[in-house]
Design a protein around this ligand. Structure first.
Ligand SMILES: Cc1ncc(COP(=O)(O)O)c(C=O)c1O
Length: 366
């Protein structure tokens, strides 16, 4: 993967694809209203339910992850509904902005970058909002490399309210356990280009019974993302709209192999490679951004030494080592770099990326 033609792509998605997956993505188109597609959709739906640990409905949408977040909002929230938005980074703010855009009455609970949501503050915030309709938040904040304690957050929300729980798991689902039914999550949003070892183009959502009740009351405008269309068409073995077939082909294989390998093994693999990355970065004398207790298993955010020009660092790593690292976002631009380790990733990919970072830092300080 480190040959000149194939950079070591270590951003937190899109993830690199192994050759057999790339070949599959290049397969001929099929009739998305024919029996072959129906069989594929049926198998994929069953396997996605297994990975997401849910007996509820799941749907495939032709969009990136943000489309799945918007799907969560437009189908369950109405203008004026009170929404608590827990924000630990850039993607949490995006979820709040989507709810704002549809006229929800959004309260933002913001935590310092590198921190996870504090359960007591979440509890307090919920107690302060009457008629709370929904709590929306990011599971794995890719911009800071922090994973929120999802199960505990769900428990607190259930203890304190009847609010819907809408979760952006774009960069965690498929790599990190999410027990959708056991934890009582109403909508989980994820996307093909992350742990699912597929090209961008397909997002996926889970949808609980409580979310369906909310759907029947929701007056938010919707058409392309109206989940009712996906439900009706699923019964026909079809998508409501023309799907991103290359991503569907590879997702079918990814989902089957995840179920065959066993999801516990996949989660353990992600934990192990994340630990390897964190240990490797620390061995270089670098500091991690996240609170260690909540460090992500799919992306590691590493602080850059203060005297280093972050933009030049990323460019040098790319030019001299053919390794593409993630930069910081918003206020973290130039202050951190990020190493993605979700989906198809081996220790050698991480070692190569860290070596490139080490050599580059050395060359920039000497
Ligand atoms: C946590 C998280 N949420 C949402 C998104 C947005 O997904 P997309 O760019 O696929 O719309 C991303 C993408 O990186 C993400 O990491």
């Amino acid at each position: 993967m480190s040959s000149q033609s194939q950079p070591n792509l270590r951003i937190p998605g899109p993830v690199p694809l192994p050759d057999d997956v790339l070949e599959l993505a290049g397969s001929q188109m099929i009739n998305h209203r024919g029996p072959q597609y129906a069989g594929m959709l049926d198998r994929m739906t069953a396997n996605l339910k297994t990975v997401m640990m849910t007996a509820n409905d799941v749907y495939f949408i032709t969009s990136s992850g943000t489309g799945a977040m918007e799907t969560a909002v437009v189908n369950t929230i109405s203008p004026g509904d009170r929404v608590l938005s827990i924000i630990i980074g850039a993607f949490g703010e995006r979820f709040a902005e989507i709810a704002d855009a549809y006229g929800a009455d959004v309260t933002r609970l913001v935590f310092d970058l590198g921190q996870a949501a504090d359960l007591d503050r979440v509890r307090e915030a919920i107690r302060g909002i009457s008629d709370l309709r929904a709590v929306v938040f990011t599971h794995n904040e890719s911009s800071t490399g922090v994973s929120n304690p999802l199960e505990d957050l769900c428990m607190v929300i259930h203890e304190e309210s009847d609010a819907l729980i809408l979760v952006d798991a774009v960069s965690s689902a498929g790599g990190v356990p999410i027990s959708v039914d056991a934890w009582g999550i109403d909508v989980v949003a994820t996307a093909s280009q992350k742990s699912w070892i597929s090209p961008p183009g397909i997002s996926m959502v889970t949808f609980s019974e409580k979310a369906w009740e909310a759907h029947s009351r929701s007056t938010s405008p919707k058409y392309y993302l109206d989940i009712e269309q996906y439900r009706m068409y699923l019964e026909l073995g079809q998508p409501p709209f023309t799907p991103c077939l290359p991503a569907m082909y590879t997702l079918e294989v990814a989902l089957q192999s995840m179920v065959d390998e066993g999801i516990e093994n996949i989660f353990a693999r992600h934990h192990e490679i994340a630990q390897h990355t964190r240990d490797g970065a620390k061995a270089l004398g670098l500091e991690l951004l996240p609170d260690p207790q909540f460090a992500s298993n799919t992306v590691t955010a590493i602080r850059l030494p203060e005297d280093i020009d972050g933009k030049a660092f990323l460019a040098n790593v790319s030019k001299n080592y053919n390794v593409i690292l993630g930069g910081g976002q918003k206020s973290l631009v130039g202050k951190i770099f990020r190493v993605g380790h979700m989906g198809w990733v081996e220790k050698s990919h991480i070692d190569e990326a860290l070596k490139a970072a080490e050599e580059t830092l050395k060359s920039m300080t000497s």
